[in-house]
Design a protein around this ligand. Structure first.
Ligand code: LLP
Length: 401
């Protein structure tokens, strides 16, 4: 059991806390599910890019899926071998492409014809052949929140099947491109298996037709997106996920790559905040805490549900909004939730905050970002990012005064 009270005492609030044992279990579970075939689990660093989190996964054998050269650098610094690093993203700058090619990482995921041309040109200048995969958009509705759904033609991601075919032929004829992979990702927080299987089947068919014209795809990258439980969702079991993908790959000798972010770290994380006051406005009850939307944006941005718990309080509950101090009506963690009466100083735990929590935090309202703490073996704790100070916030501005 994590002693949240002791952590609040020692590190103050608001605070992010991650249970590293939970992360290990998630990695092992997924790795085991995919053990029937050659596979690579490339953790999507965007979900939580703390160097200690990445190092922890690196030690377990994880690869990394990165969406900026900054993330590639974080992966390399944390000990992820270059041959397990993938660089994805719809808009890469020339300097990012050049650095990634020089680092000789496993793959660059290409998202458009224009990008492929650019990568080819930079590779030619460097005198190398760039290992690439092409992100195919299978036009499948994953049934998730529109902001995190990516596999439909109306989204900006990837290219359609016909364009992909043309690009593979072109790349295969080029001396500076080596098309070794194929990639798709239909969305995040997926809780239904059927759309994933459907997308995988479409992409597997494409791989077969490419093999017939001598384009030898060796990496079948199914993206990320495995959903987790925030409330009472029924989620996909890793074993069923892997089996669904295997079932469409008959006759293909490929390494299955997957890029889980949320699945790996989401449920491991907690956001701990302290009650400042309660107030009632014309019958509506508000609990005001010291954490805000700048620290944990998901409820404000996606209307996302996170379970909240007032520590040590079990009395009668009444409806309340749990809100932060930021000057925006959208600054809330929970709306119309049944919560017990609180007093200043009470601790409120926001669950499942390990993915897209700290990484999406900002300094809005000149609020320093929280500290992050890792709990190892269920009890030992280690600070993995110190709390920002006011000085940190103004450092780059002071240089210009
Ligand atoms: N691979 C690609 C190409 C992606 O675009 C993403 C997520 C992932 C992997 C990892 O997806 P995951 O396994 O974490 O679902 N900020 C949003 C989520 C944005 C996800 C963007 N892409 C949220 O807080 O829900």
């Amino acid at each position: 059991m994590i002693d949240f009270r002791a952590l609040a005492e020692k590190y103050d609030t608001p605070l992010y806390i991650y249970d590293f044992e939970h992360i290990s279990r998630r990695y092992e579970e997924l790795k085991k599910a995919f053990s029937g075939k050659k596979s690579l689990i490339s953790y999507a660093i965007k979900a939580n890019s703390n160097l200690s989190v990445i190092s922890h996964l690196a030690q377990m054998g994880s690869g990394a899926d990165c969406v900026s050269i900054g993330e590639v650098r974080r992966a390399l610094m944390s000990g992820i071998p270059k041959y397990k690093i993938i660089f994805s993203g719809v808009g890469k700058r020339d300097d990012e492409i050049e650095e990634a090619l020089k680092e000789d990482i496993l793959l660059l995921n290409i998202e458009s014809e224009a990008e492929m041309e650019r990568v080819g040109k930079i590779a030619a200048e460097l005198g190398i052949a760039a290992r690439i995969s092409i992100r195919v958009n299978p036009d499948i509705d994953p049934g998730t929140h529109p902001y995190i759904s990516t596999g439909l033609h109306e989204n900006k991601f990837g290219v359609d099947i016909e364009t992909a075919k043309r690009m593979y032929i072109q790349a295969n004829n080029s001396t500076c491109l080596d098309p070794v992979g194929i990639h798709f990702h239909i969305g995040s927080q997926l809780t239904e298996l059927e759309p994933i299987k459907e997308a995988a089947a479409i992409v597997a068919d494409l791989v077969r037709s490419l093999k017939a014209i001598k384009v030898d795809i060796r990496f079948f990258d199914v993206g990320g997106g495995l959903g987790i439980v925030y409330d009472d969702e029924k989620t996909i079991k890793p074993y069923d996920y892997a089996q669904a993908i295997f079932s469409v790959l008959h006759g293909l000798d490929v390494t299955v790559v997957c890029e889980p972010g949320r699945f790996m770290v989401g449920n491991s994380g907690f956001f701990l905040t302290r009650v400042l006051y309660e107030k009632v406005n014309e019958g509506k009850r508000f609990i005001i805490v010291d954490g805000g939307m700048n620290d944990l944006l998901r409820p404000s941005l996606y209307n996302a549900y996170h379970r909240v718990e007032v520590l040590g309080k079990s009395g009668a509950c009444s409806e309340a909004d749990l809100v932060g101090p930021v000057c925006e009506s959208g600054d809330f963690f929970a709306k119309s939730r049944m919560l017990p009466a609180t007093e200043p100083g009470d601790l409120v735990l926001v669950h499942s905050a390990g993915a897209y929590g700290f990484v999406m935090a900002s300094n809005y309202n000149s609020r320093p970002r929280p500290a992050e703490v890792a709990v190892i073996d269920g009890k030992k704790e280690r600070c993995i990012r110190v709390r920002e100070s006011f000085e940190d916030l103004i450092r780059l501005e002071k240089m210009c005064l």
